[in-house]
Structures are given as C-alpha cells and as structure tokens.
Ligand binder design. Structure first.
Ligand code: F6P
Length: 544
C-alpha cells in the first residue's frame, strides 16, 4: 500500500505543473482543437454512458491522472477491498458491502467463517417478510392487515432506503405506503403518524448500533404510540421489526426474534442499502426488483474490479473529482439528476462522499496539505435552473457538475422527456461554452447590458446517461459512486470507511442535555453556549 504523502509525489507535482497551463485554456479552445472530443472523451460500460468531454482535460491530463492512480497503488487497493482485507483500518474490519450482492457462489471469509450463507439467509428472511406484507398476510394485533411501513433510522440507516424508495416508486406496490422518520425533531414522527392507525402500521427500527440517539428516541415514541392504543405489550410482536448489527439489543428492546433482521459490522452505514437496511425498499418494490437492484450493483462491482483503468467508470469519475478539487481549485461539487425520481440522490451522495472522504488526516496520521472531499450538493433539474443555476453560470466560483439522466422516461407524457433532455444538455453546454461579448453584439444586445448578459463559460461538467430508470440501473449508479468514493480515498490517502468526525458533537449533546432540561447548571460551558441554554430556559441573556 502506498502511503507516501500525496502532495510530494512526483505524479502529484507533475499534475500541479500541468494544471498551470490547463487553467489558461478555455473549453472552447479544447473543443475547437479536437472536434472528435465529444466521442473520444466518453466512456460506456454496463449500460452507463459517461460524457466527460466538458472537463478541462486533455490527453496529457488523463495520462498524468492515471499515472497518479498507479503510483497510489489503486489496483492493489481494489484487490484488498475485494479480498476482504481490513481496509477499514481504524476500526479493524473489512468493508464487504459488495459481498451482499455477490452471486458468484464464492465463499467470503470473515475471521475464518464464510459469511455468504448467512447473507443469503437474511435475504430470504427479508423476502418472506416482504411477501407477507405485500400480500396482506401480515396481520396486526387487532386483526387487520398492515398497510403502512414506518422506517425509523438516520444517516446510512435512512438515506439509502429513503432515496431508493423514491427512485423506484414507479415499481412500488401502491396500496402499501412506506414512510421514513429520521429527525429528532418530534414533528417528523408526529406529522408522519398523524393520519396513520396503529392497527395497520409496522415500524422498522434500523440502526446498526441500536444506540443512535435520534433513532432510539423515535423508536421509543413509536412504541408508546402502539402501546397507548393496544394497551398490550404483545402488540409489539406484530408491529415492530428491527434491522441491526446488534440483534441482542433489539431483542432486549422488545422486538420479536423473527422480526430482527441482521446486518454486520463489516457493512459501513452509508454502504448498507444492499443489506437488510433495504427492507422497506424490498417491501415497496418486491423481492425480485430488490434483487434486480443488487444485480445492477454487482455488475458495477465486477466492472470496477476488472475493467482496465482507462475504461473504468468509477476510477475515471474519481480522478476527475481529484483533478477539480486539488488542481483546479473547486471547493464544491453539484449533482443534478434530471429525474424527479432521483431527487434524493444528491442527499444520499452527500453522506456517501462527505462522511467517507471529508478527512483532514491521511493514512499515516499526518495532516493533509491538499483538498479532500469537496462539499457535495444538488437538487433535481429542472427546478434548480430556476434557483441556484444563476450562480453556476455567472457566480465567482466554478462548480463541477454531474448531470444525470435517462434516454427514456418511465412516464411517457407528451414530449416532457425530450424537453427535459433538451434542458439538461442546454445547461451543460451553456456552462461549458458560455456566451461571448461578440455573440451578444451580433445579437444586438446593447453594449451597456453586455457585461450582465455575458457568460464566461469554461464551467466543467460530466453527463451520465442510462437507458431508463430500472432497479438495475439504480444499482449501477449507486455502486458507481460507492466505488468512486473508495478510489478517491486511495488517491487522497485517507481512510474512507470510518467517521470519527461525528463523535464529538454526539458526546457534547449528551453532556448538554441535563443542562438544557435545567437539571444541572450550565456555568461550566463556554459563554455562547451558556447564553443559548439560558435563553432556552427562559432567562433571556439580554435581560440579565
Ligand atoms: O453519526 C454517523 C453515523 O454513525 C453514520 O455513519 C451512520 O450511518 C448513522 O450514524 C446511523 O448509525 P446507526 O445505524 O448505528 O444508527
């Protein structure tokens, strides 16, 4: 494994030098010099088409980027990931999300034991539960079939299934409603339960640790809601399921053994959609479609593992991201799905990328002197065009964008889909090429207005297209970004599978709680926090 400080590697320094020249070029120049660029700088694999021609790169940039990947030991790291080595080093475990969708029949050992049979067993348990609720055969304590599933979880135990349920809604069983509650803000749970009946509601408590404050608070409130109605603890058996890596904790909480769905420490939270965390999705779309999604993930796993670097989609996306963040100075990255079904994809990717690679210390424990994960954000098109695209086109910072779309719509409706594609391609083109003063003059735009109507262009983007939004293409997209994140972790030399940065806030919240409740004085807190606590305890600081 190559743990050399990245910014002193010759390959890194060569990219830095090369970037000086590339910054002077405009995308207009690159396209003028190479009319075939649109086809040459495109990659197609596993039914995904990636156009990366609208990035400030040329053949030399790509040579240097692939040389960096080789020097960082990318291939060896990919082998370690798929060999089940402990790539999550600070927590001392492998990252086996890919094994959850591996249908090769090969054993995968953790501490000497093959984990594949147990993976299949839990998937069968999920399929049985999904079949039971979809068919109306999951009968509640009051004798009525359950028709609402309320999934309680947060972070990786929420964002994946929430995103995927929205993405695959077209395929969902419409008389079964799936809801998600994650926020500690009580309004999230109460607004969700407002029109539900305990008689027809199943709660899924999803928490890898089964200790997360938000999830346990919401689960407790859900249990109260059930017990207040049924006045009988036995009701929990039919109305609560749990998804966790700590089954004993779920049993102790009151979940019946047959409703506990296990996943494992070697599945990272943000990589857990392929595990039992996907249970609400399987309930919504059915086991077959869930397995189709897993097959899509597996196809991208195989591609990442075996495609040569220059034909490797996740690696290419990773390298382009590093090029923008570290050599071209981009601080943020926008993901813009031109699909209403994919509206939650940016939020899902936010955790995937920022919790994985938002790190300031490299694998050797040294503070890094280069940028790691950019701030990822985004909204679906075309709504964003009428909101923040102004900044993308004419603001003071260049924001690399990923446009994501489909050739065909699931809902053919007049020519909406063609209009949608026209907008997506138009935005990428406008960002790249802009509009010059000369063009404005030719269009007879008054000189005084020209500075305001000029578009500098030279704003980079990728366009990612697939045939149609199916469970399998969703799986491919998910795994595409999962492996991009892994590759970037190698390139930045950071550990992608831990998240120590979330610990401190949790610890402080625990200490502040009794002070906010007035059970302890807040005198030992900093002046600002003390004033805030006093304000909430009705002692307005300005009135003291
Ligand atoms: O706080 C961050 C985090 O640990 C995430 O990594 C994780 O996905 C989320 O909390 C939820 O954790 P759990 O599944 O243990 O409730």
């Amino acid at each position: 494994m190559n743990r050399r400080c990245r910014s002193t590697m010759p390959e890194w320094l060569a990219l830095r030098k090369h970037a000086v020249g590339m910054k002077k070029l405009h995308l207009r120049d690159l396209f003028a010099a190479d009319p075939g660029r649109g086809r040459r700088y495109a990659l197609q694999a596993e039914g995904i088409y990636l156009d990366f021609a609208k990035n400030p790169v040329n053949d030399e940039t790509l040579d240097l980027l692939f040389a960096l990947a080789a020097a960082c030991g990318l291939e060896q790291e990919v082998r370690r990931l798929f060999a089940g080595e402990a790539v999550n080093e600070t927590e001392g475990r492998p990252a086996l999300h890919w094994a959850l969708r591996d249908s090769s029949g090969r054993p995968q050992r953790v501490d000497g034991a093959d984990v594949m049979p147990r993976i299949r067993e839990v998937r069968e348990q999920m399929a049985a539960a999904a079949g039971r609720i979809r068919s109306g055969n999951w009968i509640g304590h009051g004798g009525r079939p359950l028709r609402h599933v309320v999934h309680i979880g947060i972070g990786g135990s929420d964002l994946g299934p929430r995103m995927a349920c929205a993405a695959l809604r077209f395929y969902s069983q419409r008389d079964l409603q799936v809801h998600f509650v994650s926020n500690l803000d009580p309004s999230h749970l109460s607004e969700t339960l407002r029109f539900l009946s305990p008689e027809t509601t199943l709660f899924i408590i999803a928490s890898k640790t089964f200790t997360t404050q938000e999830t346990m608070a919401n689960a407790g409130a859900a249990r109260d809601w059930l017990l207040e109605h049924f006045q009988d603890r036995a009701a929990l058996v039919r109305h609560v399921a749990a998804v966790t890596a700590h089954p004993q904790a779920a049993l102790a909480w009151g979940v019946a053994a047959e409703n506990v769905f296990e996943f494992w420490d070697w599945v990272g939270g943000r990589f857990s959609l392929s595990s039992a965390v996907g249970l609400p999705l399987m309930m919504a779309v059915g086991p077959e479609r869930f397995i189709d999604m897993l097959s899509g993930c597996a196809a991208m796993d195989r591609h990442f593992r075996s495609a040569p670097p220059r034909e490797n989609l996740p690696l290419l996306l990773a390298l382009l991201g590093v090029w923008h963040a570290d050599f071209m100075g981009a601080a943020t990255h926008a993901v813009l799905p031109y699909s209403q079904y994919l509206r939650l994809f940016p939020a899902f990717l936010q955790q995937l990328e920022m919790e994985s690679n938002g790190k300031g210390v490299d694998r050797g424990g040294r503070e890094v002197d280069y940028a790691t994960a950019p701030v990822l954000w985004g909204e679906p098109g075309t709504g964003g065009q009428h909101a923040f695209f102004q900044l993308l086109h004419q603001g003071t910072q260049a924001v690399p964008c990923d446009f994501i779309g489909y050739r065909r719509s699931l809902e053919p409706f007049r020519d909406h889909h063609e209009q949608l594609l026209a907008n997506m391609f138009a935005q990428a083109q406008a960002l790249a090429f802009g509009r010059t003063r000369e063009e404005l003059a030719r269009e007879k735009v008054p000189a005084a207005l020209q500075p305001f109507r000029e578009f500098a262009g030279n704003r980079p983007s990728n366009t990612i297209l697939a045939e149609e939004l199916t469970p399998a293409t969703l799986g491919k997209l998910i795994a595409l970004y999962e492996h991009k994140v892994f590759a970037q972790g190698v390139l930045w030399n950071v550990f992608s599978f831990d998240q120590w940065g979330v610990e401190l806030g949790k610890k402080i919240a625990g200490r502040l709680l009794p002070k906010i409740k007035g059970e302890l004085p807040a005198d030992d807190e900093d002046g600002s926090t003390r004033a805030l606590i006093e304000y909430c305890r009705d002692k307005n600081p300005s009135e003291k």
